[in-house]
Every structure is written in C-alpha cells, then in structure tokens.
Design a protein around this ligand. Structure first.
Ligand code: UDP
Length: 488
C-alpha cells in the first residue's frame, strides 16, 4: 500500500437469510485476508447465525467486524430473518419491511464512512443512500451470471401475458448465448406479484443504474459466455470473486457455518459417513427456505428408500416445532427400515462439511445458487429440483448448459406455496437418484470434477476470481476520497 493510501474499509450488508448472509460473510473473510477492513452490518438475530464463523475468522487473523442494526426495535415477535417468516406472505412482507433499515443504515454510513458498501439487491434504497453520501455501492444478488442474464431477458421479453404461469408450453428465452427453452409454468410472472413487492423489483432494476458495480459469487470458467454477456451485451460492471465458500478450508469453518447454536452434531455426521463406501451416499437438501407438504415428504422418503443408495436427507424444521410438518410425514416403518442406510437431519446441517466428505457421491438440490456452487466445488453431480426464485434458472444452467445435473422429472411449477406444487412421486425420486448415483451419471461426474478443479484454480493466486478481487480492491483504493488520518 502506497504512502497516500490507507486501509480500505468495506461494509457488507446482506439480506437476513442464509442464502445471502453466508456468501457475504465468506466474501468479507476473503477481503479481510487481503488486508481490507471488512465489516458486516446486520440484525442481532442474524448476527447469531454467523457469530461462530466470525470468531474463527478473528482467531485465524482475518477479523471481520460486526455492526448491529434493529429492524423492529419496538415490535416483539416480528420476524428478524427470512427464515423466521413462516409463510410465503410473511416472507414477502418481510422483504418489503427491510426498507425500515434505510434510516439506521444512513446514520451508520455517515458515522463510519466506509470506502465502499456491498449491499444486497433486496436493499435498493441502500444504493440511493450511498449515492447521496458519495460512497460507491456494489450490489450483491447472490446468484449466477447466467441467472442475471436470464432475469434481464425475461424482464424485457416476458412470455405473452395470457400464457404466463399456465401449465405447459415451451418458451425460448430471447437474446441469450445459448438457446434456452423452458416450460412456461417455471417462469415467474412479475406482473402478478403483489404491488408492494413488484415495486421492490422495479426499484432493484433502477438501483442497478446508479451502482458502482456488481459482485458475483461465481468464477469465469464456469459460465464464460454469461459473464461476457452480462458485461458486454448488458453493459454491467461486474467482478466475479467466487466460489466464496472455498474460503472455508478447514473442517472447523465448515462445521460451524450458519448453524448458530442449533443443528445436528457435525461429528456424528462424520462418523456415520466414515462407515460408508466412497462416493456411495446421496446428500439431499433443499436449502434454508423450502417447505414441502407432508405428502411430498413421504414420497421423497419412499423414493430414497427405493433408490437403494445410502442417503443423508436434510429436512427443514418448521420454526420452533422440531419437525417439518404437523402431520405425519415419514412413511410407517421408514426409520426402522433405513436405520443403517439413512440419516435424516431435521434442522440445520453442516452442508459444505458433508458435501466434501469422500463418502458423498451425489447431491439432490433445490438449486439455490449457493448449493449449486457448493455442489460444483465438491465435484458432485446433482439432481436439480427447483421450486422458486432463481432456482429454475440455476437448474437450466446445471442441466442444459453445464451438463452436470439431471432434472427431477414430473410437472414443476414456480410457486412459493407448497400446496400448489404438483406431487413428485416416489418412483420419479428413485429414478433420478439412480441416474445420479449409478452408471448413467458418469459423464456428469467427469464434467463436474473438471469444474471442481477449475473452481479451486480460480480462487488461487493468479486465478480469475482471485485476480478480479484484486482489481476491485485496486479500483476502490483509487476512489478513496476521505483524507488519510494519522495512524491509518
Ligand atoms: N445450508 C446449510 N445447512 C442447511 C441448509 C442450508 O449449511 O441445512 C447453507 C448452504 O450450504 C448454502 C445456504 O445455506 O450455503 C443456502 O443457500 P442456497 O442459495 O443454496 O439456498 P436458499 O436457502 O437461499 O434457498
């Protein structure tokens, strides 16, 4: 660092949901490793989920500071994270209500004057505040270049109104590097969103026009045509800095990532996996937010049993209830029959610890972007079972572009409401898992192993993501406006 430069200070402000907070915390750790002063701004409840991770980072000499802000200071019982919002409507209301953080964010930005802020796409108002105060704002969307390109294409060229949301009928998304043909039932209809939420989307698009740029948790070699399309055809200024989860290079980092105090004992999982053959276990997890009906859970259970491969199945707990459904959700006798071959985790699992265990050979995923990248970096082929948000786009990338995934068959529909989804039967679950774990998955396995190596190379010195992070740091240092203080 030259004499006229002081330590760069970046404030990271993620949405209070694991799929956004965990990668931003990883990113903050990576910046801290490069000498940047990194601060996470979040709510007290969300800070708990990453406290263990941050204290390990400090012990390792890459301290990340935490600044707290309250979203509902006076109202008790309001959700403080997206995971605590226990219905699709409550989730939408939560996302809209995050705009309450605008004033406290402005106060903190004035007080701390960071050199840059990386804030969540769901906080478009943070871009307005940053612009007013002359602080460069970078947007974090938490998804792939591919999704960013598809979302833009669908925003500008949605399928004709009458057919949006209907079952069946293919739509070729216009203007993309590959021909991507999708079922219309898998395309969200932005025009049918609640007005308050539709407004957030419009503001998000506007915020892109005034931002300094976009940071993407991806690596160039994974999706080069889409990284180029995003920058060149769409004209966005972007830096790719991932896969950021690779910063968790020790089992200790991997065990404690995101779980807070709850969740399964990682050591139990490891000793269970150690009793299984290499690449024999299928890991099944649908991220932090997806819910299923009891009927669908029973079909998954029967399908896993019929597929005949050992499995770890992570089932999301209903807040505070200790089970994913108030109805019976496991088939009779299932636990006894699968006592040796199956592990059901109800609640939080140490996902990247498990994915990287040598006994795990395949991943059934809902296609949240973090899970897709974590599957790739673990070198695992995937069964893609998207439900909502960018998950369908990520499925198209995994299956149609990269050839590292097989789609869960049967009718699929974009909806947050589990009761509106067509039931996927046990036979289909078993079929997909057999393809994944059996001979049919060889080509996927070969491709994904190559990508695993490419991902690691991208993060090493001289790799594309490592270099892009360096370029971003240089640009931000070049923009430092506040004077150098003695002692900085
Ligand atoms: N995750 C985890 N344990 C769980 C569920 C999720 O560690 O039991 C992590 C997972 O590794 C990923 C993140 O939470 O980093 C979820 O993000 P993703 O984009 O996959 O899905 P979302 O939860 O946002 O739908």
């Amino acid at each position: 660092m030259g004499p006229d430069r002081r330590q760069l200070h970046i404030l990271f402000f993620p949405l209070m949901a694991p799929g956004h907070t965990l990668p931003m915390v990883d990113m903050a750790k990576l910046f801290a490793r490069r000498g940047v002063r990194a601060t996470i701004l979040t709510t007290p409840a969300n800070a708990i989920s990453v406290a263990a991770t941050l204290s390990r980072a400090s012990e390792a000499g890459d301290p990340v500071e935490t600044l707290l802000v309250e979203i509902h200071p006076a109202e008790k019982g309001m959700p403080e994270t997206l995971v605590d919002a226990n219905s699709p409507d409550a989730q939408m209301n939560f996302l809209v209500s995050t705009a309450r953080l605008r004033d406290p964010f402005e106060r903190l930005l004035r007080e701390h004057r960071p050199d840059a802020v990386v804030s969540d796409m769901f906080f478009p108002w943070s871009g307005e505040v940053a612009e007013e105060l002359g602080v460069p704002r970078l947007i974090f969307h938490g998804t792939s270049f591919f999704s960013l390109c598809v979302i833009d294409a669908l925003f500008h060229h949605p399928p004709p109104e009458s057919s949006a949301g209907e079952e069946g009928g293919l739509y070729a998304v216009p203007g993309l590097p590959h021909r991507i043909e999708v079922d219309r039932s898998q395309i969200p209809d932005f025009r049918q969103q609640k007005p308050e939420f539709a407004e957030v989307f419009v503001k998000m698009k506007q915020a892109e026009k005034i931002c300094f740029g976009v940071v993407v948790n991806s690596f160039y070699e994974l999706e080069p045509e889409y990284a180029d399309h995003y920058r060149n055809a769409m004209g966005m200024k972007a830096w790719h800095v991932g896969p950021v989860s690779l910063c968790n290079d020790h089992n200790g980092d991997r065990s404690g990532r995101g779980g807070g105090a709850g969740g399964v004992d990682p050591d139990n999982c490891l000793s269970w996996l150690a009793s299984k053959d290499p690449s024999s276990v299928v890991y099944v997890c649908f991220g932090s937010l997806c819910r299923f009906t009891a009927a669908q859970l029973r079909e998954i259970a029967l399908g896993l049993e019929a597929a005949g491969h050992p499995f770890v199945w992570v089932v999301r707990d209903l807040a505070g209830k200790g089970a994913p459904s108030s109805e019976p959700w496991l088939p009779e006798g299932f636990e006894e029959r699968t006592a040796e071959t199956g592990m059901v985790i109800t609640g939080w699992a140490p996902q990247i610890l498990l994915l990287n265990h040598e006994a795990v050979g395949g991943f059934v995923t809902h296609c949240g972007w973090n899970s897709c990248l974590e599957g790739v970096t673990a070198g695992l082929p995937m069964v893609a079972w998207p439900l909502f948000a960018d998950q369908f786009y990520n499925e198209w990338l995994l299956v149609q572009v990269l050839g590292v995934g097989v789609s869960m068959g049967g009718a699929k529909r974009y909806t947050l409401r589990e009761e509106e989804r067509p039931l996927v039967g046990a036979e289909e679950v078993a079929r997909a898992v057999k393809v994944l774990m059996g001979g049919g998955g060889e080509e996927m396995r070969r491709r994904v192993r190559e990508l695993k190596e490419a991902a690691r190379a991208a993060m090493r010195e001289g790799g594309s993501s490592n270099d892009d992070m360096g370029r971003l740091i240089e640009e931000l240092l070049g923009k430092q406006t506040t004077p150098v203080h003695a002692g900085d």
